[in-house]
Design a protein around this ligand. Sequence first.
Ligand SMILES: Nc1ncnc2c1ncn2[C@@H]1O[C@H](COP(=O)(O)OP(=O)(O)O)[C@@H](O)[C@H]1O
Ligand SMILES: [Mg+2]
Length: 252
Amino acid sequence: MSCFRAENLSLHFGGLKAVDSVSFAVEKGEILSIIGPNGAGKSSIFNLISRLYEPTSGKLYFEDQDITAAPPYDIAKLGIARTFQNIELFENATVLSNLLVGRHRHSTTTLWQELLFLPNVRRDEKAHRRRVEQVIDFLDLAAHRDKLISGLPYGVRKVIELARALCTEPKLILLDEPSSGLNVEETDDMSFWIRDMKTELGITVLMVEHDMTLVNRVSDRVIALNYGRVLAMGAPAEVQAHPDVVAAYLGT
Ligand SMILES: Nc1ncnc2c1ncn2[C@@H]1O[C@H](COP(=O)(O)OP(=O)(O)O)[C@@H](O)[C@H]1O
Ligand SMILES: [Mg+2]
């Protein structure tokens, strides 16, 4: 059983085929990267998986369950989390508050119970805090726990966005350009965290990335896209040497 599968997935904007009959599977426990020039359809695939867009045609499966018609809230509940190409955090809240928001899908208490603060609410709250503290430790964020997002440098915010996704305890995480805007050293750290997510937390990773050093360092397999279509799929070196991929990057 694969972790996630797309079957003949298409997304059209009028006459433009942003995603054009794309099929692939992400195996449990692997790191799969999607590469391709600007406008290839990479972010669109993520937006289809997280249900921000409706596919024009095709099917999506999570652990063999058809999720093509599932609403975004169900996607999160099933265990799919994502980060965005441009950071999306609550600017005027602390790091800790932003991470507790990531726990929302695990809330089992009702509003009335919360207002009355019944014992299981306290139990829930403790479990949330515990997971958030684990993620803070895992990503080395202790020094920033009580700071406001608005005052933090870009590199740290990027890690916090990753932390928020991890707080939902996902089975599958979608990372949209995790290295964008990061310097060499920060990209290095990011590559270790991505590997650790796989090896220590057992999370399956689907990643869109343009930094080939990062792609080569962490990926088990790579998919190359251009104009919404799959050009090649396989081991990182093999895909990058594929003549169609070379041509796409050279713009011929
Ligand atoms: N909401 C939208 N409306 C119209 N066109 C869009 C929209 N989103 C993306 N596109 C187009 O779809 C194509 C693929 O975009 P995108 O998935 O963002 O590419 P990538 O992430 O690979 O750079 C591009 O030509 C882009 O202009
Ligand atoms: Mg993109």
